[in-house]
Design a binder for this molecule. Structure first.
Ligand SMILES: *Cc1c(COP(=O)(O)O)cnc(C)c1O
Length: 376
């Protein structure tokens, strides 16, 4: 019979991509010599330029983290009232709205992409609605064309939470070039990171100028403060790490693609386990490997599988359980009702993210799959 031993060391869902330590030391020397640690220094200016090129976007601004970036995107666009968004996302998406005095209106998601369902957006629009905030969940592109058509018809802005979508392209076009503004998170747990950090991407140069001012207290010049801004600047050490990681993130994505292929191959014929494949015309970035567990066919629930894996020292995650609409702070919103979100309510009980990062070995993936296959 199968006698599988637990992993001697914990296998986590992810592990940060790390630059070579000697390269970091060289960068630190350069920063020390410059005596500029923050305030749009050399490293930050260089990284902004390199990232705009890498992501193939017209304009890009760096921030201290993705959440601050998202909040400033709403400020730049002058949003008020209600914003239609998805409940199946990380807490920061919804929190950023509320911290800007905007009311989240939850829209249900699609069964096959886990993204906001554009066909359910229009019914949620009221005279108070000023924008749509979709999320490219797990790096899977939203239906941008449909969303754009709805936005134009109703005069709404579109801000994409592209925190998971670094490097994703749709028919050669950057995911960051859709809508009015896109937000990327460069948190250490993301595929590409600056320890903590984030960016906004824009097609319109004026929006970037406004965001740059707002991330620096609204200061225009030594003696002129134009508006109430915040402190959202990326410092030079963060930017230096970002410059180094930009050189290796391509290899990281390649390795993740291989691992994803291996998972798909090993799990493809397990009754009750499903996952999505690559989409036509899309360059994916493989940030998570997510399976959906159908208890009736698999014979074990998602929660039982999560616990089983834990027993083997494997730390999967139930992203994004609970839904944002189930948080105590949001569950009383009218749009948070279960009747409004049937697909999201169902999906969130069945999904499980398995370990995925570039340092994971094929043997580790094979063992994880064996445990899933034999349920022991
Ligand atoms: C990580 C994440 C954020 C927040 O980004 P931070 O850089 O951690 O502030 C926002 N939205 C989603 C979907 C995320 O995964």
């Amino acid at each position: 019979m199968h006698n599988i031993k637990p992993f001697p060391q914990p296998v986590y869902i992810t592990q940060p991509l790390l630059p070579d330590i000697d390269d970091v030391k060289n960068m630190l020397s350069t920063i020390w010599q410059s005596k500029q640690l923050t305030n749009n220094g050399r490293m930050a200016i260089q990284l902004e330029k390199e990232l705009a090129g890498f992501l193939k976007v017209n304009h890009l601004s760096l921030f201290s983290n993705g959440t601050v970036a998202l909040q400033l995107a709403f400020r730049v666009l002058g949003l008020t009232g209600e914003v239609i968004t998805t409940p199946f996302t990380f807490a920061a998406t919804t929190h950023a709205l509320v911290l800007n005095n905007l009311e989240p209106v939850f829209c249900d998601i699609e069964e096959d992409t886990f993204n906001i369902n554009p066909d359910k957006i229009e019914a949620l629009i009221t005279p108070e609605t000023t924008a749509i905030l979709p999320v490219h969940v797990f790096g899977t592109p939203c239906k941008m064309d449909k969303i754009q058509r709805i936005a134009e018809k109703h005069g709404l802005k579109v801000v994409y939470d592209a925190a998971h979508a670094f490097g994703v392209e749709v028919t050669g076009r950057s995911i960051g070039s859709f809508g009015d503004i896109s937000m990327f998170s460069f948190h250490a747990t993301k595929i590409y990171h600056t320890i903590e950090g984030g960016a906004l991407t824009f097609n319109d140069r004026h929006l970037k100028e406004r965001a740059d001012s707002l991330r620096n207290f609204g200061i225009k010049s030594e003696e002129f403060v134009a508006e109430p801004g915040t402190n959202g600047k990326m410092n030079e050490l963060q930017a230096a790490v970002g410059i180094l990681l930009l050189q290796i993130v391509g290899d990281e994505i390649k390795r993740r693609k291989e691992i994803t292929g291996l998972y798909r191959e090993l799990l493809k014929e397990i009754p009750g386990i499903s996952f999505y494949g690559d989409m036509d015309g899309v360059t994916h970035n493989y940030p998570y490997f997510v399976i959906r567990v159908n208890k009736d066919y698999f014979g074990m629930s998602r929660n039982e599988l999560y616990t089983l894996l834990k027993g083997y020292n494997i730390f999967s995650r139930k992203y994004f359980y609970p839904l944002c609409s189930q948080f105590p702070c949001y569950k009383n919103l009218p749009s948070a009702s279960k009747d409004n979100l049937p697909i999201a309510e169902n999906v969130v009980e069945e999904v499980l993210s398995l370990p995925l990062h570039g340092r994971l070995t094929n043997e580790e993936v094979e063992k994880i799959c064996e445990i899933i296959i034999y349920k022991m």
